[in-house]
Design a protein around this ligand. Structure first.
Ligand code: 5AD
Ligand code: SF4
Length: 481
């Protein structure tokens, strides 16, 4: 086992500033990969598997960007790849279990491929017990790093290649943001853009503030520059990413609001659509509602996690709004932007949740009428305040509530979705339909999908589409000439 040893110091030519230092290690790693490729007479391949949220998906694009720079070729089948990277999530316990399960399987495959490397990164690696368990029971893992030093991937990988030993580098926190590293986008026409990292809210059930660290906003100029470059490279839609975008900019040397940032991004010529997530209700300003209402580019969709409809539970969750406050915010949004689509996250079975509390959640669902809702069973995360709260709700009670909530959410969203039937809307074509290759799949401003006749040449372009038939959560449509 080896803690990270850097070759810095032995060689005075290693840059100390970023990103130059990482480009230096990319070049060194590229030479090693090239040598190996010649030796075994075939290219080395990689497969990055992403668990969890859009933040992780964006981080994986950064890993892929670096790997391609180094000379690895993408392989979609994990079992055939020479280098497998799991970018992990730990927001709920079941995500961790999935990683251990799949890792066991990978270990068996690694025995048959002498060139194989396995790396683990992401939120799960920020938990001490996880790394201890990996060190003890999963000795075949080659490289472990966390969320704060992902920009160092090239350096860590090069260190592993040179040393041949397990490399572990986990940072507790950071105030550093490294710009201008390579990124390989999954879609040519749309992209996520990080605007901030970390979270300061400490909702009592949530592990994110512990594994993603303190909130830090990117410099608006760096964000604008990135979006301009993306647009020049063919991107027409961006998704601005942060755990709590509504508090963007508060900690900057020259503070600016999220609404002001949106207005700056709106000015970029060639950019057609702007999305963002996630919004915390407590920080959503009237300024933002106004900017959204006036905007031509910001999509008609807002993801506004409510978590619970009971003021008593919201307080125990440390969400800092009440049921009434949330409903009032929703009506201000709906009044200002009547065609807005609202989606949410809801947790069922938070410690101490009674039947009455749960009824309050159902009441919010009925009043807001969400376009869709992600429903989660409360998962106890060690180290969070809620994990030691009394009155954990019995499993059968939680399951029953979860099923009742799901039914309510699905019935309502089918009705809400059907309301657009017969209208003509703009769709950005994203792909060929998975099941029928005579159809393409397009995304509407409100985030719903429509399938309509078309071909691959339409991907990345906008079309006017009539929504002929609503099928629960999506439409079948036709292009209007
Ligand atoms: N248990 C269940 N759901 C959780 N979430 C976050 N932490 C937990 C937990 N411990 C949900 C919240 C959040 C979404 C990303 O995940 O609803 O909005
Ligand atoms: Fe977790 Fe709350 Fe931060 Fe969201 S706002 S990441 S739920 S602590």
């Amino acid at each position: 086992m080896e803690k990270l040893h850097s070759t810095a110091g032995q060689n005075g030519n290693i840059p100390i500033t970023e990103p130059e230092r990482q480009y230096y290690f990319m070049e060194k790693a590229r030479q090693i990969v090239q040598k190996k490729t010649e030796e075994i007479k075939r290219p080395l391949t990689f497969c990055v598997t992403t668990f969890g949220c859009q933040m992780n998906a964006r981080d994986s694009e950064k890993l892929v960007g670096i790997l391609e720079q180094i000379g690895y070729i993408e392989e979609s089948d994990e079992e055939k790849a020479d280098f497998v990277i799991y970018n992990t999530c730990t927001v709920r316990e079941n995500a961790n279990q999935r990683v251990y399960g799949r890792l066991g399987q990978l270990g068996r495959i690694k025995k048959k491929n002498p060139h194989m490397l396995i790396a683990l990164c992401g939120c799960m690696m920020q938990e001490l017990e996880v790394v201890e368990k990996l060190k003890k029971s999963y000795r075949f893992v080659d490289l472990i790093f966390g969320t704060h030093n992902i920009y160092k991937f090239a350096e860590l990988l090069e260190t592993r290649m040179e040393s041949g030993r397990m490399v572990i580098d986990i940072w507790k926190d950071t105030d550093k943001i490294v710009e201008d590293l390579p990124v390989e986008r999954k879609y040519p026409f749309k992209s996520g853009v990080n605007i901030m990292f970390g979270c300061n809210n400490f909702c009592s059930y949530c592990i994110v503030p512990y594994v993603r660290g303190r909130e830090r906003s990117r410099d608006p100029k760096a964000i604008i520059r990135e979006v301009e470059r993306l647009v020049a490279d063919g991107v027409v839609e961006v998704m601005l990413l942060g755990q709590n975008v509504n508090s963007y900019g508060k900690t900057l040397e020259h503070p600016i609001t999220f609404a002001q940032l949106l207005q700056e991004i709106e000015k970029i010529d060639g950019l057609e659509r702007i999305r963002f997530m996630t919004s915390h209700p407590k920080d959503l300003s009237d300024e933002l509602i106004r900017v959204m209402a006036e905007s031509k580019k910001i999509c008609r969709h807002l993801h506004l996690p409510v978590q619970s409809g009971s003021t008593r539970i919201l307080e125990k969750m440390n969400r800092r709004y009440t049921k009434e406050g949330y409903l009032e915010l929703v009506s201000r949004i709906k009044n200002a932007i009547p065609d807005i689509s609202l989606t949410t996250d809801i947790i069922v079975g938070f410690p101490g949740e009674t039947e009455e509390d749960f009824e309050e959640t159902l009441d919010v669902v009925r009043k807001v009428r969400y376009d869709s809702a992600f429903t989660f069973i409360y998962s106890k995360r060690t180290g969070t305040p809620a994990a030691v709260m009394e009155d954990q709700v019995p499993e059968d009670v939680v399951k029953d509530r979860f099923n009742r909530l799901l039914k309510e959410v699905q019935d309502i969203s089918a009705e809400v979705c059907a309301a657009h039937e017969g209208t003509v809307q703009t769709a950005l074509v994203e792909s060929i339909n998975d099941h029928d290759n005579s159809l393409v799949t397009g995304r509407l401003s409100n985030n719903l999908l429509v399938h309509f006749p078309g071909d691959a040449s339409m991907i990345g372009k906008f079309y006017q589409v009539r929504l002929n038939e609503c099928r629960g959560f999506y439409y079948i449509g036709e292009q209007i000439k």
